[in-house]
Design a protein. Structure first.
Lengths: 108, 501
């Protein structure tokens, strides 16, 4: 699992790749929490390279969303593969985190 | 057709990926959609990962068993292990709201197994159609997951594709098997009988070939236009230098029935029999149904013996019955190939009428040999005996009878009884007075009439049978011809092990 970040249009884009499973979710959580401490007004998670999103990975995404809400900053995700999308939507996480198909839609 | 398999892995994370790949392959094979495959694989990976990380003591190497079962409407997984019991007080909620409140980076950092498991089960519940945790006490625990296929029944799909393939197949020809047909013969038997066919040579293509090459087996195969073996029948030499041959190993592909395959196979093999040096052909017909008996009658066989309990109860057709309630009895039917119209024999008086009827059925008139015509008693007893382990029976042949024959036979009977052999079949020579003179004594120790068996070790053989403490229900023994029915009732009246019916 790898986490990279870059800025685009005043949004911090966080690119996650690999498996977000129970083993490495805590590590992702630490990385995401640290990135959310940067004083940005908008965060966008690129999940297009996530191959597996476990419940632990979902927890981290949700923890990020709650943190962003407290800070009144924008927090969105985009680019989920079909299976990741199913896990996200069927478990109801789409009610708590805005999701988009492409980066352009998310940044619009 | 795939039904079920079990995989056992160790409780380490590296074991997960291979079993996921295996599940993907099985799911594809049984026809789940790509999405359904992804979901069931997700459920398995999620469940295994959490189990391995949280539910075993560190350093303990344990097994996790995953059973993958095709069900009519989808796929079922049963994951069993000896991991710690689930916290029964942390219930899986119906909605996410309850769980959301508790989630934070602090709670994630704690890496609490119970919390993660609850959310994990919540997600799996949403993805799959059925999820159930079972606490089995000292036997550990299990998790059951099911995904139903959204397509029409996957078994129907699979069967339709297979049956539509078969519909295109047609019966093309009958021939003496080539070397290339031998494996096809084995496969055909396996398809119908699994591993329950009584003559296990069918499961060894190399032994079949050897028997065919030596002439101890004379076969005919029916082939489809794709050169697939769809039917088989054989004449089997029961022992070396036998003057008779057994008609059997008859089988046809159930999907190809109605094309006259078996009738043609029988005609061909009987033609081979008639042009051979054999004196006669016999058949062991099962009695849990009448089908084989009817076939034998149709081709001119006549019933000559009833061997009570000849075969084991588990040896049966795969599709007719998996296990009979008692050992299978067989009716021996016989057709002579060389003519013999009259013969004089030493018939035991109590069985003379029945013996006469049985010989009449095969076209031979028998008359009682008189004492003036008796043979000299042999100097020594010559007996051979053999156990057939697959059937748990013994065959005893009294070749020559002398003064010590009864004691020897008594000893052999006791020996086999102690060894828990279920049935002993004793073959006596009807042309030997000394042998037939033993019958009263033999019946006094439990032997009873079985029938006749021409050319089976003797030219004219009388069968006696000994049942080692098994009660048979004769109402379950089906007999087709009037003679078979009469023979059955006759033997029933003589069987001192019988159930009161």
């Amino acid at each position: 699992m790898e986490v990279k970040s870059y800025e685009e249009n005043e949004t911090l884009i966080i690119e996650v790749s690999g498996k977000l499973d129970t083993l490495n979710a805590p590590q992702f959580g630490v990385a995401l929490e640290a990135l959310l401490k940067q004083e940005k007004t908008s965060y966008l998670l690129d999940l297009s390279k996530v191959t597996f999103l476990s419940s632990s990975g979902l927890q981290v995404l949700l923890a990020g969303a709650k943190t962003a809400l407290k800070k009144s900053v924008s927090y969105k995700v985009f680019g989920m593969s079909e299976m990741v999308h199913d896990v996200f939507f069927l478990s109801g996480f789409n009610h708590f985190i805005d999701s988009f198909e492409t980066k352009e839609e998310a940044l619009a | 057709m795939y039904k079920t398999s079990k995989v056992i892995i160790k409780n380490n994370l590296d074991s997960i990926e291979p079993v996921i790949e295996y599940l993907k392959a099985i799911s594809t094979l049984v026809g789940l959609s790509e999405k359904e495959i992804q979901k069931i694989c997700y459920g398995l990976e999620e469940s295994l990962q959490n189990s391995i990380l949280f539910d075993f003591e560190e350093e303990n190497v344990e097994d996790i068993e995953i059973e993958i079962i095709r069900i009519a409407s989808g796929m079922k997984l049963i994951i069993s292990d000896n991991g710690i019991p689930k916290n029964p007080f942390k219930k899986v909620p119906k909605t996410l709201d309850t769980l959301v409140d508790a989630i934070s980076f602090e709670s994630i950092a704690k890496h609490d197994g119970d919390d993660i498991t609850v959310l994990s089960e919540f997600v799996i519940h949403k993805l799959l159609d059925h999820y159930k945790y079972i606490n089995k006490g000292k036997d550990g625990r299990s998790v059951e997951m099911i995904i139903y296929s959204s397509q029409k029944r996957i078994s129907e799909d699979f069967l339709e594709s297979k049956s539509s393939d078969k519909e295109k197949e047609e019966f093309k020809l009958i021939r003496t098997p080539l070397a290339s047909d031998v494996t096809g013969i084995s496969r055909l038997f396996y398809k119908s009988y699994a591993y329950s066919y009584v003559n296990d040579i069918v499961y060894y293509p190399d032994r079949l070939k050897t028997a065919l090459d030596s002439g101890s087996l004379i076969s005919k195969v029916a082939l489809s236009q794709h050169e697939r073996v769809i039917g088989h029948i054989a004449l089997m030499q029961p022992f070396e230098d036998a003057k008779i041959t057994e008609w059997g190993m008859a089988i046809s592909d159930t999907a190809m029935r109605g094309q006259g395959i078996m009738s043609q196979l029988i005609s061909e093999i009987m033609s081979d029999a008639k042009s051979s040096l054999y004196h006669g052909v016999f058949s062991h017909s099962v009695t849990n149904h009448e089908f084989t008996q009817k076939i034998c009658t149709k081709y001119g066989f006549s019933d000559v013996a009833l061997l009570v309990g000849y075969a084991g109860a588990e040896l049966s057709f795969r599709n007719i019955t998996d296990r009979l309630s008692q050992r299978e009895s067989t009716i021996i039917s016989y057709i002579p190939l060389k003519s013999a119209s009259k013969v004089a024999l030493f018939m035991p008086q109590q069985h003379q009428e029945m013996i006469t009827k049985l010989y009449k059925g095969i076209g031979i008139d028998v008359m009682q040999k008189t004492l003036e015509q008796k043979e000299k008693t042999a100097h020594s007893t010559y007996i051979s005996d053999t156990i057939i382990p697959a059937l748990n029976i013994a065959e005893v042949i009294l070749h020559t009878a002398a003064d010590d024959s009864f004691e020897t036979l008594q000893y052999i009977t006791k020996k086999f009884s102690i060894a828990k052999i279920d049935i002993i079949y004793l073959y006596l020579n009807l042309e030997d007075f000394a042998s037939i003179n033993l019958i009263d004594k033999l019946e006094s120790i439990g032997y009873f009439f079985g029938g006749i068996f021409p050319h089976y070790h003797h030219e004219h053989t009388l069968i006696l049978q000994y049942i080692n403490n098994i009660k048979f229900d004769y109402t379950l023994i089906q007999s087709y011809t009037p003679l078979a029915k009469e023979l059955k009732e006759y033997i029933h009246s003589l069987d001192n092990n019988q159930i009161e019916t």
